[in-house]
Design a protein around this ligand. Structure first.
Ligand SMILES: Cc1ncc(COP(=O)(O)O)c(C=O)c1O
Length: 466
């Protein structure tokens, strides 16, 4: 009978795969000896395999270049990295080796851009696409960047007030984009995304605020589908709706020449993962070309802002199974020596699944288990894989330590998990006030901590050394 863990994997998937193989009964990821890593550093640990960032950027660039050639598409493709998926200096340094551009989401992102410019990693030619709802600090930082000569910074207008706020602080003429608020998938809790301006309001907004405005030049239409780029009716329908808006605008706005289709490329979240990236890119370019040719307008330059796809597949986490608790006949809890809530928060918050594999003991027999984290929170667990409604691992044995790896975890988990004090999108944590009552019953207040500053966050991200 085939009862070893390796038999289970061989029966369920094609294995080995490009990035996963076994060497002396131990798992290797991109030829990294994970056993050695554990022996050197101990578990739990997280790692970032930097070359995978460049690999994925170049894969995407090749798909777009091929599609552009195939369809005789007379415009360019521009790869932007969505920094919010991982702002670390080591990630940006690697990504920027590949002649790419940057997408920002909040005020402190601009400080990162300036730090990278100082270090010579970004030049005035690099597009800085500034998305997000712009509060005063973000507006001020964008204005500073543009006033200092970065004419390729393109703020994407997310709400009706931003244009005035930016115009007050930016000297001279500047380029902008407009974000279309997409309609959410029918099963979602609300109809229209809160991000951007509704489809029907884009042309009226352009006519009333931009068309006769000497300071502003509309260059880009931005479109991002929350559920990502998928081969389903919803995605294609939204793309076509967006193209209709692009065409209507282009007919009255000659400076408009770029379409930003956002992020949302999926990444490998299971050994059974299949996604035909090449076909999707080809069909996106094809659809844009057909729509523009039919309407007799020039095709736009294409921008993307892949976050997960750029950095997700570079990351991993390794834990040791500390102990097994059998709570009833069927439920065995393998307790890991860390927490899912804090180190892989998306597993808890949005039920996200990553590739999970044991690092060692592939020749041992296996069992069905649940994985528990060390916090006292009953939600700190992981109980199924993307491709099957369960988790199987080599049988727990007190005498034989078991290490498990979670792979392709490189996007969003550090900021959402609060690594060193980081916050999602680098939105600083607010000041904290202690409130008490004195003996006379009067309320007293005291500042416990200030709001986080840009320097605090940039230091955690590694920029202090630059
Ligand atoms: C405007 C915008 N661009 C790009 C991204 C990156 O998406 P992903 O990480 O799925 O590529 C996001 C993610 O929320 C986004 O809101």
């Amino acid at each position: 009978m085939n009862t070893k863990y390796i038999d289970l994997i061989n029966q369920s998937f094609y294995f080995p795969q490009e990035e996963f193989k076994l060497e002396n009964n131990h798992l290797q990821f991109h030829d990294i000896d994970l056993k050695q890593l554990i022996e050197t550093y101990g578990a739990p640990l997280k790692f970032t395999y930097l070359p995978q960032i460049s690999n994925n950027i170049n894969r995407a660039k090749t798909w777009f270049d091929n599609a552009i050639k195939k369809h005789n598409y007379p415009a360019t493709y521009n790869y932007c990295y969505c920094t919010k998926s991982s702002h670390f200096k080591h990630v940006l340094n690697e990504a920027l080796k590949n002649d790419i551009h940057i997408e920002t989401s909040s005020a402190f992102d601009i400080d990162i851009v300036e730090s990278l410019k100082k270090a010579g990693k970004i030049t005035d030619k690099t597009y800085v696409i500034s998305n997000g709802f712009k509060r005063s600090q973000y507006v001020t930082n964008i204005a500073r960047l543009i006033n200092d000569g970065h004419k390729n910074c393109i703020p994407i207008i997310d709400n009706y007030e931003e244009l005035d706020l930016l115009s007050e602080e930016i000297k001279g003429k500047f380029k902008v984009g407009i974000r279309i608020a997409s309609e959410e998938e029918p099963k979602f809790e609300f109809y229209t995304s809160r991000l951007g301006i509704g489809y029907k309001n884009i042309v009226p907004f352009y006519k009333s605020q931009i068309q006769d405005n000497k300071k502003v030049e509309l260059k880009m239409l931005h479109f991002f589908i929350n559920t990502g780029i998928r081969d389903n009716a919803y995605y294609w329908n939204e793309l076509l709706k967006c193209l209709k808006v692009y065409i209507s605008l282009k007919k009255i706005c000659p400076t408009l020449d770029s379409l930003n289709i956002g992020g949302g490329f999926p990444i490998k979240n299971s050994l059974a993962f299949e996604f035909d990236y090449e076909y999707m890119v080809d069909e996106i370019i094809n659809q844009i070309k057909i729509a523009c040719d039919e309407a007799d307008v020039e095709v736009p330059h294409i921008f993307t802002e892949f976050g997960s796809f750029t950095v997700g597949e570079s990351g991993g986490a390794i834990y040791e199974v500390l102990y097994q608790k059998q709570q009833n006949d069927r439920e065995k809890w393998n307790m890991i020596n860390s927490s899912f809530i804090t180190t892989l928060p998306d597993t808890w918050a949005i039920n996200k699944r990553f590739i999970m594999l044991p690092v060692n003991r592939w020749n041992d027999s296996y069992e069905r288990v649940l994985l528990g984290g060390l916090t006292c929170d009953s939600d700190d667990y992981y109980n199924s894989e993307q491709h099957m409604n369960a988790i199987y691992l080599p049988k727990y044995n007190k005498e034989k330590p078991l290490y498990i790896g979670f792979f392709n975890t490189g996007a969003y988990q550090e900021t959402i998990g609060g690594f060193g004090g980081l916050q999602h999108c680098l939105i600083p944590s607010p000041k904290h006030i202690l409130i008490d009552k004195d003996n006379d019953g009067n309320i007293t207040t005291e500042l416990f901590s200030e709001q986080q500053k840009s320097e605090d966050l940039l230091k955690i991200l590694g920029y202090h050394e630059q």
